[in-house]
Design a protein around this ligand. Structure first.
Ligand SMILES: Cc1ncc(COP(=O)(O)O)c(C=O)c1O
Length: 344
């Protein structure tokens, strides 16, 4: 068990790495010896401005983001980008392609009013191709970057950030909500090639135009100071662990550990086929579904929280983001064995 003695396997907000959590606790009282909480400082405070710059620089370094991409720290959820992407990237065109592989890409399809498709048949008139490398609810993950045939590629990397190695240069735009691998809720990271900025539909409200956020360095509106600050702590932590590739490998290892326990069991089963299994999200269920409620109650009593599956799918799910230590996964696999011994 961790020093916390408990683990949370939910899909976001998620467990923070312990050092990040402790640092936040201290900074809530006194940020860098200022005598003020990080929550009390103005966005124009020099130290905060320097902190914003450092977070961007760290992110660029860790994800190897070239200068011809803007890095934006925007208010709100990844869901906002389901609408902002078409507002900004359609550039007068009427066609877009969306790969519909699960619940979240389905929501992006809905907001863009694009037809969904089964087999990818790309439209050469499309302004961009949008896909979701890791579908959090269904626990499926692309093992490759789809070939967009030269069309701008856009990805919702909310669950892929620091769980899948992705080369930003292959994308026109990626976005990720912060409450998974970038800290806490209230902010979405957008990394967008500068050539794609400045062509928003003229009806686009000011606050939804990427050009406005690029020009104001994400401070058109009072920025999401707290999640931006926590993102900085998360990036420091990722660097201390050895960088993005090491974080992705740790995530993969944790998922393999858990999948091995599920696959080796007679009582638990995983619906996702081998080649499509996500590292960040592992859906599973009991072969005897009548035991689901009991499993969740007993798991919680054992300190293992957030294992109830997404309401759209039911069953069980364990999300494994950066803050989940291997010890947490071992506690879960140990519990699966124990539960099977009692109820199998
Ligand atoms: C892949 C993916 N996209 C989008 C979202 C929605 O994010 P938000 O709640 O920040 O709008 C989620 C939330 O879990 C997600 O997993």
């Amino acid at each position: 068990m961790s020093a916390l003695g408990r683990y949370i396997f939910s899909a976001g907000p998620v467990m923070l790495p312990r050092p990040v959590r402790d640092r936040i606790r201290d900074d809530l009282v006194d940020w860098r010896g200022t005598g003020f909480s990080v929550l009390e400082l103005s966005q124009w405070d020099d130290a905060l401005l320097a902190m914003f710059d450092k977070v961007e620089a760290d992110l660029r370094e860790l994800l190897d983001v070239p200068d011809d991409y803007a890095v934006l720290f925007l208010h709100g959820g990844a869901s906002n980008q389901f609408a902002m992407v078409p507002m900004n990237l359609l550039c007068g065109r009427r066609h877009v392609d969306y790969l519909h592989t699960g619940l979240w890409s389905g929501k992006a399809v809905h907001d863009a009013r694009a037809p969904s498709m089964g087999e990818p048949r790309l439209d050469e008139r499309a302004a961009y191709l949008h896909y979701t490398p890791v579908e959090t609810v269904h626990g499926v993950q692309f093992d490759h970057v789809p070939d967009s045939g030269g069309t701008t590629l856009v990805a919702d990397i909310s669950s892929a950030l620091f769980s899948v190695d992705l080369d930003v240069r292959r994308f026109g735009l990626v976005y990720a909500s912060a409450q998974k691998n970038l800290g806490v809720v209230g902010m979405t990271l957008v990394i967008v090639h500068r050539d794609l900025i400045g062509h928003a539909d003229p009806r686009t409200p000011t606050t939804f135009d990427y050009a406005v956020h690029e020009r104001t360095r994400s401070r058109f509106t009072t920025p999401p100071i707290f999640p931006w600050y926590v993102a900085g702590l998360m990036l420091d932590w990722v660097r201390e662990q050895g960088g993005a590739a090491v974080a992705c490998a740790a995530s993969r290892r944790n998922a393999e550990l858990l999948y091995a326990a599920i696959d080796g069991s007679g009582l638990f089963t995983a619906p996702v086929e081998f080649g499509s299994r996500a590292s960040a999200s592992v859906p599973f269920h009991l072969t005897d579904t009548r035991l689901t409620g009991r499993f969740i109650a007993e798991a919680e009593a054992a300190g293992l929280h957030g294992l109830r599956g997404h309401p759209a799918l039911g069953g069980l799910r364990a999300c494994l983001y950066l803050g989940m230590p291997e010890a947490g996964v071992q506690a879960l696999t140990g519990f699966l064995k124990e539960f099977e011994a009692r109820h199998g």
